[in-house]
Design a protein around this ligand. Structure first.
Ligand SMILES: NC(=O)c1ccc[n+]([C@@H]2O[C@H](COP(=O)([O-])OP(=O)(O)OC[C@H]3O[C@@H](n4cnc5c(N)ncnc54)[C@H](O)[C@@H]3O)[C@@H](O)[C@H]2O)c1
Length: 482
């Protein structure tokens, strides 16, 4: 059975929050006036989401005054692309001139979209210069770097925002609404499996992400999204982490078992490109070519490194157990070579269970996106000893399940206020990254890690009210045993 308005879901609130962005963009509801001044550091792929927003729907309220990158070619391209929109051209600065950029162009906000392990350096320097910061996830990659950021926030009194766009995807907000409503009581355990397929999943093993020193591995780079979702869904903080991780698929041995002679340096020059179905043609995509291939001369970075290289040091198979401060347990798995892409998550509560699943890409070659309708997104509530009930999912439009646009509106447009408290700062950034950082530590030592032993001075993030874990629970219906 599918219900349109069931389970106590405040569907209007979810839709209102989800649709606010589109509505304001469509009606041009922003008054022209003083524009906020932004500098962007790291003008690669992800930065475009921010610059497109600031030079597009939010150009009346926002201005990109400066861009900074260590790759001179990408830097020049960013200036050109932004200029072509008709917006004023930002001033370009090399990475070495970041502090001078802040002094000369006086941005109010610095948007950090560099590689993960370099976030902390720019966040701290921007805060100390008196700017507020908007940083991409993961906020950072090690406990020491997280500590630097927490200390700099306290020292500077400035603000950090971590852009956890996954929270804003409408079905995930719907899950938050269901959990807040007490539909399944208070949550005692969560089972969460995330699958990356051999198109998207393999891509992590081609890029800088395959170097743990740059990305923190998938436990930090990717799972920070997932750990943040669980922290936010539960309204609880992780206390203790235990984990196993290994690399079993993206190895020279797998290449040999698939009939190749072994690993090579990169796809562009690969002698076995005809035989390898993981071959990635960087030159054939004009966008990727312009961003990466045409700019290799400046930093020697190859976007198409061989996925079978022996020097890769991130895991492709990860299992994590987390105990939360409210007693809840999380059982989490991530793998990167799966037959389909997406996730399923189940919450077991004192009054029942919620099962939620999204298929983002099917198993077919080319992995066509299938997150397009309710057939690929499901939400089911199973009351304790009751009949399962399917809830009609709210389907988002646009990138990252519709989350990006909703979040951009909150950042650059009119913040509509949010009872789900999706806006995240350095505390949420740290609480999620530290689970992955703790898991990485477990991979090395085999020992359980306490989050409290990793950093000091990390306080609780703002949390939306969740069901009272001491409230009376209605006795479930008696089961008749024949
Ligand atoms: N929220 C999301 O869904 C999402 C999606 C994609 C990427 N991201 C995040 O966005 C960030 C950027 O990822 P991307 O995919 O754009 O990578 P990218 O490789 O396309 O771009 C990174 C850019 O940063 C520059 N850079 C690297 N180190 C630098 C340094 N020390 N100083 C100055 N510039 C430096 C590079 O030259 C490049 O232009 C990452 O933190 C990533 O985790 C988030």
């Amino acid at each position: 059975m599918t219900e349109k308005n069931s389970g106590g879901i405040d569907r209007r609130t979810v839709l209102k929050a989800a649709g606010a962005a589109g509505l304001m963009m469509a009606t041009g509801a922003y008054a022209a006036g003083a524009r906020k001044r932004y500098a962007v550091v790291g003008v690669g792929s992800r930065a475009r989401m921010f610059t497109n927003a600031m030079t597009g729907p939010f150009r009346d309220t926002s201005e990109v005054v400066a861009v900074c990158d260590r790759n001179a070619g990408r830097l020049a391209r960013a200036v050109k692309v932004i200029g072509e929109t008709g917006a004023s051209q930002p001033r370009p600065y090399s990475a070495a001139d970041f502090d001078r950029m802040l002094r000369e162009t006086k941005p109010e906000f610095v948007i950090v979209t560099t590689t993960d392990a370099s976030h902390d350096d720019y966040i701290v320097r921007a805060l100390d210069a008196g700017c507020d910061v908007i940083t991409e996830k993961p906020m950072t990659t090690t406990a020491a770097k997280a500590q630097r950021i927490l200390d700099a926030v306290k020292r500077s009194g400035r603000h950090v925002r971590v852009t956890f766009n996954y929270r804003y995807s409408p079905p995930r907000t719907q899950i938050k609404e269901l959990l807040m409503s007490g539909e399944i009581g208070d949550v005692i355990s969560v089972d969460f499996t995330w699958l990356l397929n051999t198109v998207h999943g393999a891509d992590y093993f081609r890029r800088w992400h395959s170097n743990k020193a740059m990305s923190g591995g998938l436990m930090v780079h990717k799972s920070t999204h997932h750990f943040d979702l669980v922290n936010w869904w539960l309204g609880a903080q992780p206390e203790t982490v235990h984990a196993f991780g290994s690399r079993q698929f993206y190895t020279p041995e797998t290449a040999r078992r698939m009939g190749l002679t072994g690993a090579h340096e990169r796809c562009l020059t690969c002698p076995e490109k005809q035989q390898c179905s993981f071959y990635f043609d960087l030159a054939s995509d004009p966008g990727l070519k312009a961003l990466y291939l045409d700019n290799e001369q400046y930093d020697g970075y190859y976007r198409d490194q061989c996925v079978w290289r022996p020097e890769i040091n991130i895991e492709d198979t990860m299992n994590v157990m987390v105990r939360y401060d409210n007693g809840a347990h999380l059982n989490y798995a991530l793998s990167a070579y799966d037959a389909w892409e997406g996730y399923h998550v189940a919450f077991n509560g004192t009054k029942g269970r919620i099962e939620h699943r999204i298929v983002e890409s099917g198993g077919a070659a080319g992995a066509a996106k299938v997150q397009s309708g309710s057939e690929s997104v499901s939400i089911r509530v199973i009351p304790m000893r009751g009949q399962p009930r399917d809830i009609a999912p709210i389907i988002g439009k646009g990138s990252h399940g519709g989350g990006d646009d909703v979040m951009l509106n909150e950042i650059f447009g009119v913040d509509p206020g949010d009872k789900y408290l999706r806006k995240s700062d350095e505390r949420a950034g740290a609480w999620s990254a530290l689970v992955g950082i703790a898991a990485n530590k477990c991979f090395e030592t085999g020992q359980t890690v306490r989050i409290a032993d990793l950093v000091t001075g990390l306080t609780l993030p703002d949390r939306a009210p969740m069901p009272d874990r001491r409230a009376p629970i209605a006795m479930p219906v008696r089961i008749k045993i024949p």
